[in-house]
Design a protein around this ligand. Structure first.
Ligand SMILES: [Zn+2]
Length: 283
């Protein structure tokens, strides 16, 4: 599943590739991908003729500022969530769409930005200029702070964990605690901080909380620098696979030896997600 670093990698690709992309035509092949009010027709009619402006990211949501072609007036937003397998592909010249193609956007030069999604859980919304994306999309409404923002710090994290009996792994996966940190980066940052994923959130002391804040941002930054990710299916716009995998301390390394101490890495399920940790390095 794409996590924050992958989504950020996609955002950078979209921003670079789609500068002044004037949407001449749109085709929606799978109607369930469009989650905004009205049918795919409303989505197509609203975005056709507009220009893609800046792309921002909030948690794992990609948000494009839409502009009218002549006046550069704000003309709403295009919001995208990749979910399990959604990906964008930049296509220079006409190419037949594969069966997993969901939405296609063309400019007048005949370039295409194609949304492909094998599992078909990805979502797109058109949000009118009168509203804000967070007013219309529930998942955006309840997102916690971005891990790189000032609002995410040891004081905030301590406060947010103080009444939680759940495991620290479950808290890190909770998007209302911190936006965008998913399974891979939760496991890796807990290893870096030396904390057992099963530990009750409310029992973490100040030193552990500070370590965890630092390790989470560190792990995410390294991964963004590598173009995203550990997971093998991820591709950026140009079809390139990120390579964080080689760097993982624990994720995907169940039964292998810990790179620090040699103990056997444990793999088990916590709140339904495969979780990896070293029984010696993490307390
Ligand atoms: Zn170890």
């Amino acid at each position: 599943m794409p996590e924050l670093p992958e989504v950020e990698t996609v955002r950078r690709g979209l921003e670079e590739r789609l500068k002044n992309f004037h949407v001449k035509d749109i085709q929606v092949l799978t109607h369930r991908t469009i989650s905004s009010q009205g049918s795919s027709d409303v989505f197509i009619q609203s975005i056709k003729g507009l220009v893609f402006g800046n792309w921002t990211r909030r948690g794992k949501y990609l948000i494009c500022f839409l502009q009218s072609q002549d006046s550069c007036d704000h003309a709403g937003w295009l919001v995208v969530h990749l979910r399990m397998t959604g990906q964008f592909k930049w296509i220079q010249s006409a190419q037949i769409a594969c069966s997993h193609t969901r939405v296609r956007f063309w400019n007048k030069e005949g370039n295409e930005i194609r949304f492909i999604d094998t599992r078909n859980f990805g979502q797109m919304w058109w949000i009118s200029p009168e509203s804000l994306p967070k007013e219309k999309i529930n998942g955006l409404k309840k997102l916690g702070p971005e891990p790189f923002s000032r609002n995410f710090n040891p004081i905030y994290l301590k406060e947010s964990l103080k009444n939680r009996k759940r495991s620290i792994k479950a808290s890190l996966l909770d998007q209302s605690v911190v936006a965008g940190a998913g399974n891979i980066y939760a496991d890796e940052s807990l290893f870096e901080a030396g904390i057992l994923p099963t530990k009750e959130s409310r029992t973490l002391n100040e030193i552990e909380i500070t370590k965890l804040c630092n390790s989470l941002t560190k792990v995410l930054k390294i991964s963004i620098g590598k173009g995203g990710t550990t997971f093998k299916d991820f591709r950026d716009l140009e079809g390139i696979n990120g390579n964080y995998g080689g760097q993982a301390w624990v994720y995907g390394r169940g039964n292998k030896s810990c790179k620090k101490c040699g103990s056997k890495i444990i793999k088990s399920k916590i709140c339904g997600r495969g979780t990896h940790w070293c029984p010696s390095c993490q307390k």
